[in-house]
Design a binder for this molecule. Sequence first.
Ligand code: LLP
Length: 416
Amino acid sequence: MSFFAINDGVLHAESVALTSVAEHFGTPAYVYSRAAIESSWQQFDSALKNQSHLICYAVKANSNIAVLNILARLGSGFDIVSAGELHRVLEAGGDPAKVVFSGVGKTVSEMQFALEKNIKCFNVESANELTRLNAVAAEMNRQAPVSLRVNPDVDANTHPYISTGLKENKFGIAFESAKDVYLQAAAMEHINIVGVDCHIGSQITELSPFRDALERVLILVDELAEENIHLTHLDIGGGLGINYQGETPPSAEDYAGAIMESLKGREMELIMEPGRSIVGNAGVLITTVEYLNETPYHNFAVVDAAMNDLIRPSLYSGWHDITRIFSDTDAAEKEYDVVGPVCETGDFLGKNRTLKLAQGDLLAIHSAGAYGFTMASNYNSRPRIPEIMVDGAIMHEIRKRESWGDLINGESLLPD
Ligand code: LLP
């Protein structure tokens, strides 16, 4: 079911016309659907009902505290990659006992903060990180719960920038070294081994890479059991893709089914870290056409959103559907590049789109709920845009548009 649908010729988020959102909050703006977020999370949860599990939503996909709070209320756990993300989870009412901490560069102070808050697990990505964590935990007289992130060396068939499970990637401990590092961990006084973890990439639209990764990880689990290292959980990471442009990724049910089948009834808690598949299609970016610039070579629609608001098209050649918010128009159909005002040729939101456009039209850029706002910047001194959460017929402003004051907040002039 789509929570973004056309009603009486106007695109709505749940029961709210996106024209009303534009009237109240201006454009550009991110608009999310609460029901869409809840529904995707529940699809994972119900697919796993016969398996001991914890869904740890990947905060980096969309870290607004209202989004985190909606998920915390459902009982979600969280996958974090910084102390800042942990701070957000706590502010949103998330349970630190359901937090896993991933990332290749955890600092001492991040480790201290996470240990203080008693998180569920550190997903340790290198032998040196393990040594540091043991020392930090020793100083605090704590035991650090640890899962090693292993790199299973499988090809996720996705964009190279978001592929993480190949041996040449910076992530995780090489598969062939993993057993040794576990043995080192077992000998460390302040490390408590609890699990194993892998994450092979993002926007994966087939099941086979997940199956392959899991197969390798399970070989390791069995080898460790022979060494008397018994793991209580297995974290398969995130990565399930969504439909941006007609892709047909497996459903949460098929994905969970395949993983449970590979687990073959092992008594381990299964952890998943989905990000994009929870929020990606639960958000749109609304924008106004400022100018139509039709040159002898190309038609450009210059809109008020730009690469600083949504960088996926520029950075990964990411494709986002672009549609009119009002269906009716007398405008002629033409092919446009939809571009922003930023002074970069790479500033585009969509190329070669067949659209009927007039200046002042409102457009929706779809599938923008994941890695949209969280990757936004102030480049070209553009204030970051508001985030609106629609809940049924109600609009909540869950982040205000930044002001010019916000733009220079923390900066200062040199003394006279
Ligand atoms: N767990 C770990 C350790 C991760 O690194 C990631 C994403 C996830 C979970 C969540 O993956 P997801 O379910 O969202 O695929 N900015 C890029 C995506 C980068 C993904 C980074 N890691 C994009 O816009 O496509």
